[in-house]
Design a binder for this molecule. Structure first.
Ligand code: M6R
Length: 615
């Protein structure tokens, strides 16, 4: 989605704006621009916009004489209007003295636009955003904060806005509704951005404002916050633990590979401190639910989107197997539009890496309204979901930059596995011995992932055999099937190779017709140790008999699989419910290798955004 940055301070704003926008490139965008209050006291703001990349914007800025200590910037991911310079932000009013950057969608923009045109305003773009600049102009009578407040009162939809006015050379006014904004300050001034990576180099103490709250950033670094009615309040500061290195590639060719390689550490961090060997119990201090309350749960809904949804599917299998509670996993955009059955015994678990996914947030609001206890599982401290849910469980993935989720997925699955153990133990379904045995096995996971990473040449070899395919099928059973759903998503989102995943038993009920004998359609089969391994091997025989090129993910030492196919990726032995954590790693590397061979940008796949903050 779009990215916002803003800086007002005692030094030139250009570098912060351009660097900040570069750090938000991962969100996905098609055009970019900045606006500055010019140092020469001009009544018009200086604006430079380009269709294309931040490098193009940087070049255009370098060639201009634009400079100033107060400015805003934006990366646009087109919603209303094609990607073009005219549609790129910042947008301005008729006089050129007001500039606005916006994330979100103004739902009533068409009506506002007609009204403003009738009043003589001239529009230069096809965007919904431009109405905001003209509306502020219309409502401005010497008080910028009041004009922005009066403007947002007329807006419906989602917005994060940063506003600049030539008459306020050291001030930025910001506000938001259903779209994230993060504020902070350091010795040279005050900062605003749509995402933490843009400001983490300058401060780790950040402020979030609520829906329709407003903030005024001053060049001395002070930030004044007001609620929607104009009453001032003292904001709460959140300390972000993420390290600066997470925002840098650190010698890796892309963030995706870096983040895949961080996974052993992520799993170690996830496990650390979660088991008390003295009591033989899991440690979930964040969870306010007592053993009695956990025992009283009769249904769990997991709501999430994309990769987080896939983590939820794996969580379902494990929670049901160990804790014996029925779990329903729902895509958040579906859950929110139906009337889910929520009773006093219902627990809702919302999973979202970013904590800002619009559909997941709405699903949480619906569940809370219906009286459910909502647990949020997220990676981002202070994100929107942490303010909506009663309980927050943080995954320990650190900042994830690549659009394709990898380490956050593994962290989600590992934390779900621990949560399943905890619920099972509290409900009396697993003994202390069983829990400590499983936890001890989980401690082997980081080393196993390291082994897989060190032996990635086998994955590369298999990937090269599939580079020219037009479709790929993924099959597995049980948690192997859900691991496949994520493997197929990774492949299609970064390599643009069509991929679908099926429970292996389903393949002969339709998908097997997709196998092209001539071309040898790739079938990626997760055939690791499991209760149903024999059945999966039979399914592999079936697709081989129809000419498929089978790439098998199998357990080290499994001789039978080598007799069936010469495209085998081996992983160390682990019990079935822990296998998604290791089996997912070769699937991530497989997808990446194919994407690289096909010349794709793995960190910023086309049409995709890191967090989907619009519905
Ligand atoms: O931030 P969230 O976990 O809520 O994001 C959900 C999806 O948008 C996200 O997982 C998406 O599917 C990723 N691109 C997958 O790699």
């Amino acid at each position: 989605m779009c990215g916002i940055v803003g800086f007002t301070g005692t030094i030139d704003a250009r570098e912060f704006l351009l660097d900040g926008l570069s750090r938000l490139e991962y969100r996905g965008y098609d055009s970019a621009g900045i606006a500055l209050v010019q140092s020469d006291e001009a009544s018009e703001l200086g604006i430079i916009r380009v269709k294309g990349k931040i490098a193009d914007l940087r070049e255009a800025v370098a060639e201009s004489d634009l400079s100033g200590n107060c400015g805003i910037g934006h990366t646009r991911w087109a919603t209303h209007g094609i990607p073009s310079e005219a549609n790129a932000h910042p947008h301005r009013d008729c006089s050129g003295s007001i500039a606005v950057v916006h994330n979100g969608i103004i739902e009533n923009y068409a009506q506002l636009r007609s009204e403003l045109i009738a009043k003589g305003h001239e529009f230069l773009s096809q965007t919904d955003t431009e109405v905001v600049a003209h509306l502020i102009e219309e409502l401005y009578s010497g008080d910028l904060l009041a004009a922005v407040r009066a403007t947002t009162a007329q807006l419906s939809g989602s917005f994060a806005l940063a506003v600049l006015h030539a008459s306020y050379p050291d001030t930025i006014v910001v506000t938001r509704n259903d779209s994230p904004l993060v504020l902070g300050s350091y010795e040279n001034g005050a900062l605003v951005a749509s995402d933490i990576p843009a400001i983490i180099e300058y401060t780790r103490d950040v402020i979030y404002i609520g829906d329709r709250d407003m903030a005024v950033l001053h060049s001395d670094g002070t930030i004044d916050c007001y609620d929607a009615t104009g009453v001032a309040f003292a904001p709460k500061t959140h300390h972000v633990q993420w390290d600066l290195e997470s925002a840098q590639r650190g010698g890796y060719p892309d963030f995706m590979l870096k983040e895949i390689n961080e996974q052993p550490r992520v799993i170690r961090d996830t496990l650390a401190g979660r088991f008390d060997s003295a009591t033989g119990e899991l440690v979930f201090d964040e969870l306010p639910l007592t053993a009695e309350e956990l025992a009283a749960i009769d249904r769990i809904y997991i709501v999430a989107c994309g990769t987080s949804y896939h983590a939820g599917l794996i969580g379902k299998s494990i929670i049901e197997a160990w804790a014996r509670v029925p779990v329903e996993v729902e895509v958040a955009s579906e859950f929110r539009y139906r009337n889910p059955i929520i009773t006093p015994g219902t627990l809702v678990l919302a999973i979202t890496q970013s904590g800002e996914t619009a559909d997941t947030l709405e699903a949480v609001r619906l569940a809370r309204k219906a009286g459910a206890h909502v647990i949020a599982m997220t990676n981002v401290v202070g994100s929107r979901i942490t303010q909506e849910a009663q309980t927050v469980l943080y995954i320990k993935a650190n900042l994830e930059i690549a659009v394709a989720a990898t380490k956050s997925f593994l962290a989600q699955v590992a934390l779900l596995t621990l949560l399943a153990l905890h619920i099972a133990q509290q409900r009396g379904m697993l003994s202390k011995e069983q829990v400590s045995e499983i936890y001890a096995e989980m401690q082997m996971l980081p080393e196993q992932i390291e082994w897989i990473l060190a032996n990635s040449d086998q994955i590369e070899r298999c990937a090269q055999e599939c580079v020219d395919a037009t479709t790929a099928l993924f099959i597995g059973r049980g948690v192997g099937a859900t691991t496949c759903f994520e493997g197929a998503l990774k492949l299609k989102e970064i390599s643009y190779l069509h991929a679908e995943a099926f429970p292996a038993g389903e393949i002969k009920h339709g998908p097997i017709a997709l196998i092209d004998t001539e071309k040898g359609t790739p079938v990626i089969a997760v055939a690791t140790q499991s209760m149903t391994r024999e059945k999966t091997l039979s399914n592999i025989e079936e697709v081989l008999a129809r000419g498929a090129k089978v790439v098998a993910i199998a357990t080290l030492g499994d001789e039978r699989i080598h007799e069936m196919t010469n495209l085998v990726i081996t992983i160390p032995p682990i019990s079935e419910f822990l296998s998604p954590i290791t089996a997912s790693v070769p699937l991530q590397l497989f997808a990446r290798a194919i994407a690289i061979a096909r010349g794709c940008d793995v960190d910023q796949p086309r049409n995709l955004a890191k967090s989907v903050t619009v519905e």
